[in-house]
Ligand binder design. Structure first.
Ligand SMILES: *[C@@H]1O[C@H](CO)[C@@H](O)[C@H](O)[C@H]1NC(C)=O
Ligand SMILES: *[C@@H]1O[C@H](CO)[C@@H](O)[C@H](O)[C@H]1NC(C)=O
Ligand SMILES: *[C@@H]1O[C@H](CO)[C@@H](O)[C@H](O)[C@H]1NC(C)=O
Ligand SMILES: *[C@@H]1O[C@H](CO)[C@@H](O)[C@H](O)[C@H]1NC(C)=O
Ligand SMILES: *[C@@H]1O[C@H](CO)[C@@H](O)[C@H](O)[C@H]1NC(C)=O
Ligand SMILES: *[C@@H]1O[C@H](CO)[C@@H](O)[C@H](O)[C@H]1NC(C)=O
Ligand SMILES: *[C@@H]1O[C@H](CO)[C@@H](O)[C@H](O)[C@H]1NC(C)=O
Ligand SMILES: *[C@@H]1O[C@H](CO)[C@@H](O)[C@H](O)[C@H]1NC(C)=O
Ligand SMILES: *[C@@H]1O[C@H](CO)[C@@H](O)[C@H](O)[C@H]1NC(C)=O
Length: 425
């Protein structure tokens, strides 16, 4: 009996030390220490040596990233980020060289993918996009925020069975974290701060998911002025929980329906325990109209499909700026405002439940549901709603257009049609 226990204990010890795999090949990346020397080649070299079955370590120092990184072929690797990666300010280099993402004509500074990748920033590892330069520059380009070649900070492409934990993103060049063709990935304790130091940031989404499934976001914090997080075409089986969003637009579904005659879906989304401070919405949907007008990134329309089976539970808002929950099916070519038909989209929104939405707002509107007449919204549910103005008066206006079978609320009036793409006119 006693011997048996000792043997069991020894076996356990052996397997613990085996689990630590002291033999795992480790590459500690040297840093040049000056932004006149590009650290990207050293980073790439480390990934080539240790990116399959090993460990790659960024030391507690600053790495200057002056050129694009493509590491899409990783396998069973620990990426340990103890320092800061600081992207260069050579805007013309990035416009000419950023890597194609394969969606909406977007491009990126670093594209990373593979299987069993474990990225850990331990709460200190930082991706600094040096975005202040971009935010000023984009204002000079007549605020064309989707400027061709303007890079997404990090794109996870074809990433599976992986974890991204404890990383901070500061002032991303454009969107922060694009997740495409990725499945079974966990995101934990990520902080995004895209607040500009000199001018406001533009088009700096916190995270965007595309053609991806089985993703979990826990303890995500985003400070920005655009989508806090956005679930786009073919995002399915996603959980977002215990997160905080500041100043941005809230949780976005879309924009979607941008590609003429393409069928796209967003479904099985669960969002729970979210705190919002000074955001425009808590949740909003945006689809393109049925009229195709130009091509991505700034044009498009005519897409098919649906958004369905979503639960938004326990949302707490503070100083909300617009309709708490909004639907607009009126996104259209950026260069042709005021044209197009806002009720002809064939993309349908259905089976969406809000369960628990409380706090303070500056808008009387709980809902602005501007749905399509061609594919009316069905089975929208609003329960446990308790919104009030700062002075304590309840905010309780439910505005709708083309909403069928509302659950837990009654439409009180017609929503405005043809306003801004965010559903608030
Ligand atoms: C290098 O740093 C200086 C000072 O911070 C900055 O002005 C310059 O734009 C940077 N250069 C690059 C290529 O990032
Ligand atoms: C990244 O590199 C892989 C091969 O290693 C290549 O197939 C892929 O096209 C590259 N991606 C981009 C966006 O350049
Ligand atoms: C991407 O945008 C550039 C610049 O506007 C354009 O020349 C190119 O044709 C676009 N590509 C696609 C695939 O739409
Ligand atoms: C861009 O937007 C900013 C802030 O709204 C504004 O001050 C500036 O005049 C705009 N720039 C141009 C060229 O339109
Ligand atoms: C949540 O993430 C923040 C970083 O944004 C971190 O400081 C904090 O410890 C995390 N909380 C938990 C409970 O993991
Ligand atoms: C975000 O960045 C802004 C601008 O630098 C800064 O004032 C603010 O303290 C930062 N917020 C957090 C939570 O780090
Ligand atoms: C989205 O998924 C559907 C299947 O649900 C597929 O038919 C369609 O091609 C996908 N579209 C894109 C743009 O990936
Ligand atoms: C807009 O589309 C709807 C639905 O197809 C149609 O009933 C309506 O007549 C259109 N409006 C205009 C102004 O074309
Ligand atoms: C409270 O504020 C709202 C929004 O500003 C206003 O419409 C309402 O009349 C105010 N109620 C009272 C009792 O002052």
């Amino acid at each position: 009996m006693y011997i048996h226990k000792v043997l069991t204990f020894l076996t356990a010890l052996t397997s613990v030390s085996a689990g630590r795999t002291p033999s795992r090949k480790t590459c500690v990346i040297p840093a040049s220490g000056t932004n006149t020397t590009d650290d990207a080649p050293a980073i790439l070299h480390a990934f080539k040596r240790c990116g399959r079955g090993g460990k790659v370590v960024f030391k507690p120092t600053t790495y200057h990233v002056n050129s694009v990184l493509n590491t899409t072929w990783l396998k069973d690797v620990d990426i340990d980020i103890q320092g800061t990666l600081l992207w260069s300010t050579d805007i013309h280099y990035w416009l000419d060289n950023s890597l194609e993402v394969g969606y909406q004509n977007q491009s990126t500074a670093w594209i990373l993918g593979g299987d069993s990748v474990r990225i850990n920033g331990h709460g200190v590892g930082t991706f600094d996009g040096n975005g202040d330069y971009w935010y000023e520059w984009i204002q000079e380009q007549e605020n064309t925020s989707n400027y061709p070649g303007r890079p997404i900070a990090l794109t996870l492409d074809g990433l599976t069975n992986s974890v991204v934990r404890g990383v901070t993103f500061l002032r991303s060049q454009m969107w922060t974290l694009a997740i495409i063709y990725s499945h079974h990935v966990e995101f934990d304790s990520i902080l995004v701060n895209n607040t500009g130091n000199r001018v406001d940031s533009s088009n700096t989404d916190g995270a965007d998911t595309i053609r991806s499934s089985h993703l979990t976001f826990n303890n995500l914090t985003v400070y920005n002025g655009d989508d806090s997080i956005s679930f786009k075409a073919n995002s399915t089986d996603i959980t977002l929980k215990n997160s905080r969003f500041y100043n941005g637009l809230g949780v976005a579904i879309g924009s979607i329906g941008q590609l003429n005659d393409e069928f796209e879906v967003v479904e099985r989304i669960k969002v729970e325990n979210i705190n919002y401070e000074n955001t425009l919405h808590a949740v909003y949907f945006k689809t393109w109209t049925d009229d195709q007008n130009g091509y991505p990134p700034n044009g498009g329309g005519g897409g098919l499909g649906y958004a369905s089976n979503m639960l938004f539970k326990n949302l707490k808002v503070s100083n909300m700026r617009g309709s708490a929950v909004a639907i607009s099916q009126c996104t259209r070519f950026i260069g042709a405002p005021g044209t197009g038909n806002c009720t002809n989209s064939q993309f349908q929104i259905r089976d969406i439940t809000i369960a628990g939405l409380k706090g303070t707002t500056g808008s009387s509107r709980v809902t602005s549901f501007q749905c399509s007449a061609e594919a009316p919204c069905t089975d929208l549910g609003m329960f446990g709603i308790d919104l009030e103005f700062e002075n304590g008066t309840a905010a309780g206006e439910y505005l709708c257009g083309n909403v069928k079978h509302p659950r837990g609320f009654e439409c009180m009036g017609e929503v405005c049609v043809g306003g801004s793409s965010t559903g608030d006119c």
